[in-house]
Design a protein around this ligand. Sequence first.
Ligand SMILES: Nc1ncnc2c1ncn2[C@@H]1O[C@H](COP(=O)(O)OP(=O)(O)OP(=O)(O)O)[C@@H](O)[C@H]1O
Length: 343
Amino acid sequence: MYLSPDQLRRCTVAVDLGASRTRVHLKGAGLVVDEPSIVAVNVMSGALIAVGTPAERMSGRTPSHIRVVRPVSHGTVVDIVMAQRMLRAMVGEKTVRSWRLNPRLRTAVCVPHEADPLAQRAAIETLTGVGARRVLLVDTLIAAGVGCGLPVEEPEATLIVLCGAAATQVAVLSMGSIVAAAKVPVGGETIEQAIIQHLRNHHELVLPSQSVRTLRLDVATGGLNSPQGTVVHGRDVATGLGRKVQIDPAEVREVMAAPLTSLVDAIRSVLHRCPPDLVADLADSGVTLAGGSALLPGLDEQLRQATRMPVQIAEDPSTAAVNGLAALIEGRVKPLNLDAMAL
Ligand SMILES: Nc1ncnc2c1ncn2[C@@H]1O[C@H](COP(=O)(O)OP(=O)(O)OP(=O)(O)O)[C@@H](O)[C@H]1O
């Protein structure tokens, strides 16, 4: 079904419930929430202990009565009650109360391309639970395309690669629609898992989840470029005791590069399914990378070499989807009829 620009402009709130981060944009106020999608709860009393960044810091360090929960997985709400409590805490009770008092509150929310009816229902229930009277679902790929400043409403093709936490979506967009799309289970989190597995197999070290992020970002910023590499602390697989290991940056880069080949295959398969006229359009505009994992070191260069197309990273890749949704609800883009759903 098509969603008209007027329907979107009647929305007051734009939400991107990501596996890694939750982002909320309020019309007129801007981005009011950009926090990790994590909640820490006391399993005995059911009380919320922390939400967002403080809850993320607790991950892997909590006593048995505190559980760290991620209510969103692969861009889909998997724990509706927890997602509602997380949103309420992030936005603030005062704002949620004002939402509840507004009988016409409309909210636009991004959902992954081809999200199944259960995933759509979960997004809707989460938002109605925090006060939305009507929820409009917008395909994340379209929202991200708009957020990257791509001319998605024009009859020429644009190619977007949205690199999230657990998955990457690839799509060719034209005239406000998705011409062809593919999804691969590769993202920042899967790469972190690959690094953890590598260290376990080759160094017999169990790396804490928080250290793997630092290690990955060190590689990203060139902080590991000293000849000695970097020292990481973890737990010895056999003895269970604390141990440190010196890691070669080239080794980490190799592990990170492996899952990215499936991304190149996804781009090729999307291009194969597009009419040649649209593929010809892409010779100049090339590939636009969005999503937090677009900042993975060397990803743009690897894609440039593999596809022989120009590759650019969006100006603000992490917030592309919520910014695009915000531009749609604020009417900052040319009117376009979107492939989306209103429920
Ligand atoms: N500077 C950076 N370098 C490398 N990776 C990064 C950087 N910043 C964020 N990331 C990674 O980007 C991912 C989060 O991206 P994003 O915020 O787009 O995800 P999300 O929208 O929450 O997830 P999804 O789209 O999968 O539901 C995380 O895995 C994070 O580690």
